[in-house]
Design a protein around this ligand. Structure first.
Ligand code: FAD
Length: 178
């Protein structure tokens, strides 16, 4: 029996994974590192089909590839929520932070870049910070600009449009002027 189970596992492991499916450190597909489209393609090829959940698409959903809102996050949902948190933190950052606040902010970013649940994203973020992009946390404006640059580095990597960093505060703190 053990032999048959092992054989089944080996067969499953040998199946080529669809493009875009990223493995986690445990060697299993990593949901928070993979887009829902690639995840769906992988599940289609799996022997056991996932249970279908009857849900209405989330408000504003434009594509049928949008996962149901109560599923574990894919790399994109995780990213959107995380950028919201990070930019909101810069918006709430003091104009004159104490040295302790500055130190704690750097500590937070250091830990965030280690614990971010998409490990490939986390690795690249840490590398970017090390390559001459240390966090600038001396005041709100600097921190907001730095975060915008960090986000743009990912936008560029993913082939997305860069955001105009002069407008970070309008987007994340004051609202649009016009
Ligand atoms: P998002 O990029 O999530 O942006 C949300 C909103 O922020 C936009 O609608 C826009 O209004 C605003 N915005 C956009 N750019 C900026 C900016 N520069 N400054 C201020 N506001 C801005 N995904 C991967 O596939 N691979 C990765 O390696 C990867 N690395 C990541 C690293 C980190 C630290 C984080 C937080 C996320 C990462 N992501 C990665 C996720 C990726 O950045 C996006 O969040 C995801 O692709 C969803 O993109 P989106 O187009 O919905 O908008």
């Amino acid at each position: 029996k053990m032999k048959v189970e092992q054989q089944a596992r080996d067969e499953q492991a040998q199946k080529p994974l669809p493009k875009g499916v990223v493995l986690g450190p445990d060697g299993k597909p990593c949901r928070t590192c993979t887009s829902s489209a690639s995840w769906k393609a992988m599940m289609k090829g799996a022997t056991t089909q996932p249970t279908k959940v009857a849900t209405t698409p989330p408000a504003g959903a434009t594509s049928s590839l949008q996962p149901p809102p109560d599923c574990p996050p894919d790399v994109e949902q995780l990213g959107r929520s995380s950028w919201t948190l990070l930019h909101a933190m810069t918006a709430a950052y003091p104009e004159r932070p104490s040295l302790t606040q500055q130190m704690e902010t750097k500590q937070f970013l250091g830990l965030f870049s280690k614990m971010y649940p998409c490990w490939v994203c986390a690795d690249d973020f840490r590398t970017w910070m090390k390559d001459g992009n240390e966090p600038r946390v001396s005041n709100r404006e600097d921190f907001g600009q730095w975060m915008c640059e960090a986000h743009n580095a990912v936008n560029v990597k993913l082939g997305k449009q860069s955001f105009d960093c002069k407008r970070w505060e309008e987007r994340w703190r004051t609202g649009w002027k016009d």
